[in-house]
Design a protein around this ligand. Structure first.
Ligand code: 13P
Ligand code: SF4
Length: 313
């Protein structure tokens, strides 16, 4: 019997070639696999990637991230083709915030300004007043007149952190990130005992007991900047471990310990982000699909609160 071998495809080489052929830009989030980060034109946190998407001159945006990020890029660039390697790459925060329930909540609190975390669907964005990211939320909240009540969705952990930070009471949606809620307080305590000089650094999507112990809290980009400027030489990193790739590149002599999850699993890795692989990245560029598409009326309604975020950040 003759078995026919599939010709080997050099994904890296092909992705670089297709990038030129399509006049494409590859935007990648820090939680992507290292090999994808290394091929990207820009790597960043949610706000930086939205800014890059708004400014790009490329004809095609290849978004190595999750659905709400690619959708934001499409809203900012209706005339461009936006590709996402895997359309199933969602987000637990976006999934836990259906537009119909969100709109019902808004209707119950018509006097509230709604500030919504970018980790949500285009429908929820369209029904919000202002969008924010973890790096811009505090600045945006401080610009809302003090007498105006605020409704913050969908991340309750980020919301509670912002309440403590700004002293501003807010009505919160009950959502959370499956990754940032997985970290074990006990195991982190044990690590701090074992490595007393290590700084605990955390993303604000983590639960309060973790944030309380952290010596620095910030968005993925802020965490990356912090490890470079801090005199500490070792860090316990309480966010998705994909970011450690850039930390090692930026400050290779320092030690990075991923904060462990409660169970003996890899559940500190974002299951949605990790759906994207190098092969899917290649295939989406080769096939120019899956593509993000959206009705013009939805796109136009979602644009205004995103524009407000970019102006207020
Ligand atoms: P930032 O990159 O904005 O810090 O957000 C983290 C995140 O969970 C993205 O989904
Ligand atoms: Fe969503 Fe959490 Fe994954 Fe970020 S890490 S994309 S918030 S599920």
């Amino acid at each position: 019997m003759i078995t026919r071998q599939r010709p080997e495809v050099d994904f890296r080489k092909e992705i670089v070639r297709l990038k030129g052929e399509l006049n494409a830009v590859i935007l990648a989030h820090f939680y992507q696999e290292s090999e994808i980060q290394d091929l990207a034109d820009y790597i960043g946190d949610s706000l930086e990637l939205a800014r890059r998407a708004a400014e790009t001159k490329a004809d095609v945006i290849v978004f190595a991230g999750v659905h709400f990020m690619a959708e934001t890029a499409k809203i900012l660039n209706p005339e461009k083709q936006v590709l996402l390697p895997d359309l199933q790459a969602g987000c637990s925060l976006a999934e836990g915030c259906p537009a119909s329930t969100f709109m019902a909540m808004r209707a119950q609190h018509p006097d509230h300004v709604s500030i919504t975390y970018i980790n949500c669907s285009a429908e929820v964005k369209a029904a919000s007043d202002i969008i924010c990211t973890s790096s811009s939320a505090e600045k945006i909240i401080r610009q809302i007149p003090p007498e105006k009540p605020i409704f913050f969705a969908p991340d309750k952990n980020l919301g509670q952190y912002l309440i403590r930070k700004t002293g501003r009471d807010m009505l919160l949606w009950e959502g959370s990130c499956v990754v940032h809620e997985t970290f074990s307080q006990q195991k982190i305590l044990a690590l701090q005992h074992e490595f007393p000089d290590a700084e605990l650094i955390a993303h604000p999507e983590c639960e309060e007991p973790i944030l309380e112990r952290a010596s620095f809290i910030g968005s993925t980009s802020a965490l990356l900047k912090h490890v470079q400027s801090s005199p500490a030489t070792s860090f316990i990193v309480a966010t998705e471990p994909g970011i450690i790739h850039q930390m090692k590149k930026a400050s290779p002599s320092k030690k990075y310990i991923p904060a462990p999850p409660e169970a003996n699993c890899a559940c500190n890795e974002c299951p949605y982000m990790k759906l994207n692989t190098l092969e899917k990245l290649y295939l989406c560029m080769k096939n120019r699909a899956p593509e993000i598409t959206m009705e013009a009326s939805l796109r136009e309604r979602a644009l205004l609160p995103i524009r407000r975020m970019l102006e207020m950040s």
